[in-house]
Design a protein around this ligand. Structure first.
Ligand code: FE
Ligand code: FE
Length: 179
């Protein structure tokens, strides 16, 4: 009979997060590169730096717990990252693509907010107060990032809605679809 408790589940959740954050370290430069808006690009670059810090905080926790951070793949993050790259490869550009990138990035932030919230609650119950502070520091940054993205979306979505709908592009698309 399996006999794993909350502590083992906590370690599992942390491994999942560690893998998720490392996937983001690779994905965020691509999101930045695909952005048209300077503010959005700078936002992705800034969050990349924060994300490297999230990896370090998790490494610190694993060291404290005397555990290895490796051994899990976060399939949810792999899916979210895949959706982000699909967005980049669609026929969207400029403000419209930016609006799509923000949507993809906010899905990522919400996933992280949920995962860090869970991990923090487990750390509290397990009496790992230093972990609680570290997890909370990252959780705050994820929430701030989500809010910044919402603010950026307010302008960018409007610009996307005003963007000229190029006849030639939609015709091209139509031809491709019926071809
Ligand atoms: Fe993160
Ligand atoms: Fe994040």
């Amino acid at each position: 009979m399996p006999d794993k408790g909350l502590r083992e589940l906590y370690i599992d959740e942390l491994k999942d997060l560690y893998n998720a954050e490392n996937q983001l370290v690779k994905a965020l430069p691509k999101m930045a590169k695909a952005s048209s808006s300077d503010k959005l690009r700078q936002g992705f670059v800034a969050h990349l730096e924060q994300t490297k810090g999230h990896v370090q905080r998790l490494e610190e926790i694993f060291e404290r717990l005397d555990q290895s951070p490796k051994g899990k793949k976060c399939v949810a993050m792999a899916g979210l990252v895949e959706e982000g790259s699909e967005m980049i490869n669609e026929d969207f550009e400029g403000d419209v693509l930016d609006a799509g990138l923000i949507g993809a990035a906010q899905r990522v932030e919400h996933y992280e907010i949920a995962a860090y919230g869970t991990a923090k609650a487990f750390a509290e119950l397990l009496g790992e107060s230093e972990d609680v502070s570290l997890l909370d520091a990252t959780l705050s940054e994820e929430k701030e990032t989500d809010e910044k993205l919402t603010q950026l979306a307010e302008t960018i979505n409007k610009q996307a809605n005003e963007a000229p709908k190029l006849e030639s592009r939609s015709e091209k698309k139509h031809v491709r679809r019926i071809a």
